[in-house]
Ligand binder design. Structure first.
Ligand code: HEC
Ligand code: HEC
Length: 406
């Protein structure tokens, strides 16, 4: 009797120690885990925007970001699609602007650390990016002349604009400048835009670029909130493994172990660093090369980037050419492998950024994981990935620790 009870006790003790005594992280794993810390983010760099860190510019930019006046019919602001409570996304598979767009709304949290913007990276700065939605027919469907007229006619906007950028170009109010004029509008709008004398177009572009620089200054202030995972890593570093263990469940720890195991999951190849993205473009078999949902991704993004009047090397940039490293060393000839490559998204705040992928095709993280386990298309960079049920659940549990504490 005594022996049986004694044995049971030992068995319980062994089991208990098995469940809490996972082997400690080895040095290599520890280094990877520490590399995810937010304090490892590089300094935010934006040589093409001299107002990038200017608080007055950020304040003007914030007001513009939340103001629906800048869209056709004054119905939609940037924040209409980039909602602060959803990590600056909209919860829709594809964004709904003045018309339905072809892509999923990206989160803006952490965007300041990227070199390329949009799923195809067709912009090389936040300020150049910010100039697109005002004029995109499917987003805000306005144009640069109208945007500037609103700034110039509003007392607060005009005062703040002039305090930062100097005299406002009142020439935009001249009757000879058509109200519907922009290089990306419909045929009439384009015709009217190119009918404006070149020097006047330059003046308009310069002031319009300033608006982008202010909006970018605001977006750069949006910091990434810490999550339970970040507290775990901090505790691991400062107080050691035994204390840290209370912060992640066993399942979450197993998920983390798999996530950083490059031979098993390969996730780390693309989803690395504090934002869980390398900021680069990869083909994971999600491009569509025919049909209505045609999307070549980075393949066309590279071409658009080089032709962009607002890029780092353009006349509206504040950078010296040698500061435009990313653009100068861009692979200029378009390569086949860029077809169907998209910008690796951050894995932070996934509960708020759903649906997932550039076209919002996956409503759940479970479905995303199934994509990685499915046989790949021949053009995909993904190797074969195999995970059993327990392992899949563990990765999902780990991904959920990258979400805000509530
Ligand atoms: C109709 C909804 C909609 C509106 C309005 C809108 N956006 Fe977006 N935003 C999107 C979509 C969709 C994407 C991805 C588009 C793509 O890749 O082609 C995006 C992408 C971005 C990105 C790129 C993030 C990254 O990591 O590359 C930034 C920054 C951004 N928007 C800022 C803005 C600003 C600033 C405004 C207002 C001037 C704005 N957006 C208005 C839907 C919208
Ligand atoms: C070769 C690079 C690469 C590898 C390896 C990789 N990913 Fe991705 N991941 C991407 C790209 C690119 C996208 C966006 C695809 C698109 O938009 O069509 C993405 C999207 C995602 C998303 C959706 C995020 C969102 O908000 O849209 C999740 C979640 C994700 N990956 C998790 C993982 C996990 C977990 C692994 C390992 C099992 C992994 N990824 C391996 C490149 C990669």
């Amino acid at each position: 009797m005594f022996t049986t009870r004694y044995l049971t006790l030992i068995a319980v003790m062994v089991l208990a120690s098995c469940s809490t005594d996972q082997p400690p992280w080895n040095d290599q794993e520890l280094a990877i885990i520490q590399s995810f810390q937010l304090n490892r983010l590089p300094p935010k760099d934006s040589p093409s925007n001299q107002y990038a860190n200017n608080p007055q510019a950020a304040s003007l930019g914030k007001a513009i970001f939340f103001d629906p006046q800048f869209s056709l019919g004054a119905t939609l602001s940037c924040a209409g699609c980039h909602k602060p409570e959803l990590a600056f996304t909209d919860g829709l598979p594809k964004a709904q602007g003045i018309m339905k767009t072809g892509r999923n709304t990206q989160s803006i949290l952490g965007a300041a650390y990227h070199n390329w913007f949009y799923w195809d990276g067709r912009k090389d700065s936040l300020w150049a990016q910010a100039l697109v939605p005002f004029e995109a027919a499917d987003e805000m469907a306005s144009n640069r002349v109208r945007v500037l007229r609103i700034i110039g006619a509003d007392e607060r906007y005009r005062r703040e604009y002039e305090a930062l950028f100097g005299t406002f170009p009142t020439m935009v109010f001249q009757p000879s400048i058509p109200d519907e004029a922009g290089p990306w509008g419909n045929e009439k709008s384009r015709k009217q835009w190119f009918g404006i004398p070149q020097h006047a177009r330059h003046t308009i572009n310069k002031a319009y670029a300033n608006i982008g620089k202010a909006v970018a200054a605001y977006m750069r202030t949006l910091d990434i909130p810490k999550t339970r995972f970040d507290h775990y890593v901090e505790t691991l570093e400062n107080k050691g493994e035994t204390t840290a263990r209370a912060l992640l469940s066993e399942q979450e720890t197993l998920g983390l172990k798999l996530f950083i195991n490059e031979n098993r999951t390969h996730c780390l190849r693309c989803h690395n660093g504090p934002l869980f993205t390398n900021g680069d473009f990869h083909n994971i078999g999600s491009g569509r090369f025919k049909g209505e949902q045609l999307d070549f991704g980075r393949y066309l993004g590279v071409m658009a980037l080089q032709q962009d009047a607002f890029n780092c090397l353009g006349r509206y940039s504040d950078a010296e050419p040698e500061q435009c490293q990313s653009l100068r060393f861009l692979q200029r000839d378009v390569h086949e492998e860029l077809k169907g490559a998209f910008k690796t998204p951050s894995l932070r705040n996934l509960d708020k950024t759903a649906p997932h992928f550039h076209d919002g095709r996956f409503g759940s993280l479970e479905a995303v994981i199934q994509h990685y386990l499915a046989p790949q298309t021949p053009d995909s960079e993904l190797p074969d990935i195999q995970l059993d049920d327990t392992e899949q659940q563990a990765i999902l549990a780990f991904l959920k620790t990258l979400t805000h504490d509530r």
